[in-house]
Design a protein around this ligand. Structure first.
Ligand code: ATP
Ligand code: MG
Length: 482
């Protein structure tokens, strides 16, 4: 018999004895029964020095699923898979992995700060519901986890150990959950399952810079207590800037995958005003990345909206002059100050643990108020493809570490500006036979043409690139279709 089961047995024997005593104590004189009770309590504590806590699956009047129960379930799943002999298996919420848990009346041991304790899984089946059980055999099961530990460790277990279990269990749940990509239409979020394959391993950029970003993310995600201590909201702002096709959106997906966060892709142009913006943002959950892409365009739009509003006002004025009924003019615009409120405002702290990411192609166009340090904590430039980034793309796309054409490509990359997206386009397999030579030559040709264009435009400001773009497409098609 396992220790936990043994304690449970002793416990139930003691409980039966107490029951019998409660029935018969009325036949004893009061003084005597008092003495017996006092001594028997002492005896019970001596014989059974263990404490048991039961965590039921459903709690409260409305029988909500207990958060503690599900955290314990997650916490114990890894222990169950290594210790329990009888396991239950189910597909996890991410639809990718099997989640294992203990089967009925199984038990696992745990250790915390050198103290041993036992978790048992069990269920009560309600006797009165046999007819219902016929149709829904599981419907009247009341499942629970029971924790047994020595009474000398009461403070440790009730304090630090249980909060450790809840924290770990919740973290495991976050890791296993199916993540979501939210988009807004007007003031409402809708979501789809987020399954973007981008990772930091597949993101082509300067390795040192990449390492710094990863470190920054790790530090942020572990800094909950630090932010609480210094009295700041647990959030961090990133500004990603660079030409189109340098990997800004790809990096955001990689960040979400790395941290296991949900993504909220906020389309500012669809938001009517600051109130709507606030509503949307309050609805975002913890452990998420709020993204506003092309922030420069969104702010331009504010200008356009202002124009529209002015037009409405003018029209209203005309109508008034014509003796028509006055119509209420709504100020419907998201303003820069509304956006700044979103970054700094009090309510932006609700939920906690959130990254706010802005992207732009034109960092110089942004209002300095928006990008000043402290608001956007980190400015990350994603730029044209360097040699290191190219090597990573070649490894990912062509599965090669080196090639005799790499030297020439390295030279050309120093002299030419080409985005990782363009490089990726040339390395993208076009047929079943992946001949690295063909793809690399196609890339070299594109680089040479780009270099030539740059030279021509330096000498002749009227030179347009359209001509050579056509040529480049033509030539790369020649290479890849052979
Ligand atoms: N640094 C990179 N590493 C790996 N792939 C990249 C990188 N940059 C671009 N790509 C590839 O190019 C495609 C376009 O990149 P992405 O959408 O991330 O660019 P962007 O910087 O967001 O551009 P835009 O400014 O137009 O939004 C991606 O799907 C990806 O396959
Ligand atoms: Mg993008």
């Amino acid at each position: 018999m396992k220790p936990g089961e043994m304690f449970a047995h002793i416990g139930s024997i003691v409980a039966s004895l107490m029951f019998v005593w409660a029935m018969f104590k009325q036949f004893f004189p009061y003084q005597l029964s008092n003495q017996i009770e006092k001594h028997s309590q002492r005896l019970v504590t001596l014989v059974y020095p263990y404490i048991q806590i039961t965590f039921h699956e459903f709690t409260g009047e409305r029988l909500m699923r207990s958060e503690a129960y599900s955290a314990i379930e997650n916490y114990l799943s890894s222990k169950a898979s290594t210790q329990a002999k009888r396991l239950k298996a189910d597909i996890g919420k991410n639809n990718q992995s099997l989640v294992l848990s203990m089967d009925d009346h199984e038990e696992v041991a745990d250790e915390f700060n050198g103290v041993k304790l036992w978790w048992a899984y069990g269920k009560h089946i309600s006797k009165s519901q046999s007819t219902i059980s016929f149709h829904h055999p599981m419907s009247d099961e009341k499942r629970y986890y029971k924790l047994t530990f020595h009474k000398s460790n009461r403070d440790l277990i009730l304090g630090r150990y249980l909060s450790h279990v809840l924290k770990e269990g919740k973290a495991i749940k976050v890791k296993n959950r199916q993540r979501k990509l939210y988009t807004n239409s007007g003031a409402y979020w809708s979501h789809v399952v987020f399954e973007h394959p981008a990772t930091f391993q597949t993101l082509a950029m300067d390795p040192k810079e990449k390492e710094m970003i990863i470190d920054d993310l790790i530090t942020f995600s572990k800094a909950g207590e630090f932010y609480a201590r210094i009295g700041r909201a647990w959030k961090r702002g990133y500004l990603l800037y660079g030409p189109p096709g340098t990997g800004k959106s790809t990096m955001i997906a990689a960040m979400a995958n790395f941290l296991g966060y949900d993504l909220y892709d906020l389309e500012l142009t669809a938001v009517k005003d600051n109130t709507e913006l606030r509503k949307l943002l309050i609805e975002t959950s913890s452990k998420s990345i709020i993204v506003i892409e092309d922030i420069d365009c969104s702010l331009d739009l504010t200008g356009q909206r202002r124009k529209k509003k002015e037009e409405v006002e003018e029209k209203d004025q005309r109508q008034k002059q014509q003796g028509m009924q006055e119509r209420e003019v709504k100020s419907s615009q998201v303003t820069l100050s509304g956006l700044l409120n979103f970054i700094d405002g009090l309510w932006s702290a609700c939920g906690g643990e959130r990254l706010i990411v802005f992207t732009t192609n034109y960092v110089e166009k942004l209002d300095p108020a928006l990008v000043r340090k402290g608001r956007m904590d980190k400015h990350i430039e994603l730029s044209y493809c360097g040699y290191e980034a190219f090597k990573l793309l070649a490894r990912n796309y062509l599965n090669i570490e080196s090639h005799n054409l790499f030297g020439r490509i390295c030279e050309l990359l120093k002299e030419t500006k080409i985005t990782p997206a363009e490089v990726a386009e040339h390395l993208m397999p076009k047929n079943a036979f992946r001949d690295a030579d063909l793809y690399l030559k196609s890339l070299i040709q594109a680089l040479e043409l780009a270099k030539e264009d740059a030279r021509k435009s330096q000498h002749d400001p009227h030179w347009t690139e359209n001509d050579s773009e056509d040529k480049a497409t033509e030539k790369s098609t020649n290479y890849t279709s052979t």
